[in-house]
Ligand binder design. Structure first.
Ligand code: NAD
Length: 363
């Protein structure tokens, strides 16, 4: 039995999760897989109903589930609220409470969307990488931190970059496990020549790699990696790195694919995970049937792969999305106006994936 939590959130989160769940239910029913989906309010929707962005009840639904499907939170309506009541707190609260320490962000370039990338076609074509970012440690959480007054009247700002063996081991293990489902290559990115904590990172990752003899491990300094991502993005497969480096490198890598509406993500604690598109609630297009649901549909594929080891079902979804793109279906964010393209809305895009899936599964 798959126990799923569904938190659609606000704005286009509601529209895109509806399409993703439609696709998911079809596949699970077809394969006679038992599941249970429990919905909860998060973000602005939760604030409107209960006066806070994340209630204990919603948190319990998340804790009791095997995986969470998350839409997006936020919107102009809630911007004047004090920071602890803002919708975005729901996301941070869930990450913290579920201890989602590994953030997975794929960057894949679809041949038929290659023009959407600001990089040259001959460089980005064929890019297919996955960045595994440590999400709950490192300099974003290390103590001591703060801004202090100095005797001369100026100030001192400081943060601490700290990693323990255990923190590094668990994220490295996730990266190696995932690489076994991909091309069996892991690149660990650090700044071991300057930062002792990342020298430890490099050594611990090397130790973990001994349990994965089939996987090829290499190391790269972060400055070089940021250069290589632009120079030859096709050379990367799985990249594992710290919270800060992963934050920056994953945004950089996402530009290879060009559109925010195409990029899924997962945040994991072992097999348990939260799956969401990388975009926000897009108040500018919310409720207009314009949002691209593919990032959320691809997030559900990640859920099947990483939380439930249903790699075949994930492949079906990913292949169907690829075919829909190949067949010219485009929501406005990926529509170029070129001949042969079909401009569609959120629900039509969901339907197009569903009918592709039906063809694929019946072949
Ligand atoms: P955004 O990602 O919501 O939108 C940025 C731009 O991309 C907008 O022009 C939007 O129309 C477009 N866009 C985003 N997703 C799209 C999709 N699926 N299809 C087509 N176009 C899409 O970022 P923002 O405008 O900076 O933030 C809006 C709200 O979302 C804010 O309240 C912000 O705090 C929140 N937010 C939430 C999350 C989250 O829930 N994970 C992430 C980022 C931002």
């Amino acid at each position: 039995m798959m126990k799923l939590a569904l938190f659609a959130g606000d704005g286009i989160g509601i529209e895109v999760t509806k399409e993703a769940v439609k696709v998911l239910k079809y596949l699970l029913d077809l394969n006679s897989i038992n599941y249970e989906i429990e919905e909860g309010l998060v973000g602005g929707a939760s604030y409107d109903a209960y006066g806070k962005p994340l209630t204990d009840e919603t948190l319990k639904i998340a804790k009791d589930s095997d995986a969470v499907i998350f839409g997006a939170v936020g919107g102009t309506k809630w911007e004047p609220l004090p920071i602890e009541l803002r919708p975005e707190k729901a996301l941070l609260g869930l990450r913290y409470e579920l201890d989602l320490y590994a953030n997975l962000r794929p960057a894949k370039v679809y041949d038929d969307l290659i023009d959407a990338s600001p990089l040259k076609k001959n460089i980005v074509g064929g890019t297919d990488m996955l960045i595994v970012r440590e999400l709950t440690g490192g300099i974003y959480f290390g103590q001591p931190r703060g801004v202090e007054d100095l005797p001369d009247g100026s100030k001192k700002g400081f943060n601490t970059l700290v990693y323990t063996t255990k923190e590094i081991e668990r994220i490295a293990k996730i990266a190696f496990d995932i690489s076994m489902k991909r091309r069996k290559k892991v690149l660990s990115v650090d700044k071991a020549n300057v930062l002792e904590s990342t020298e430890l990172w490099r050594n611990v990752v090397a130790n973990v790699s001994k349990s994965y003899p089939e996987v090829e491990l290499s190391n790269m300094y972060v400055d070089n990696c940021s250069m290589q991502l632009i120079k030859q993005p096709t050379s990367f497969d799985v990249i594992v790195t710290t919270n800060l480096f992963g934050d920056i490198l994953s945004d950089e890598a996402s530009m290879a694919s060009g559109s925010i509406g195409m990029l899924p993500s997962a945040s994991l604690n072992g097999k348990k995970g939260m799956y969401e598109p990388i975009h926000g609630s897009a108040p500018d297009i919310a409720g207009q049937n314009k949002a691209n649901p593919l990032a959320t549909i691809l997030s559900v594929a990640m859920m099947l792969r990483y939380s439930f080891d249903e790699d075949n079902l994930a492949d079906y979804i990913e292949k169907s999305v690829e075919n829909v793109i190949k067949n010219g279906y485009r929501t406005p964010d990926i529509y170029s106006g070129a001949a042969g393209l079909k401009l569609v809305g959120t629900s039509q895009m969901g339907e197009a994936v569903l009918s592709e899936l039906k063809n694929a599964v019946h072949v």
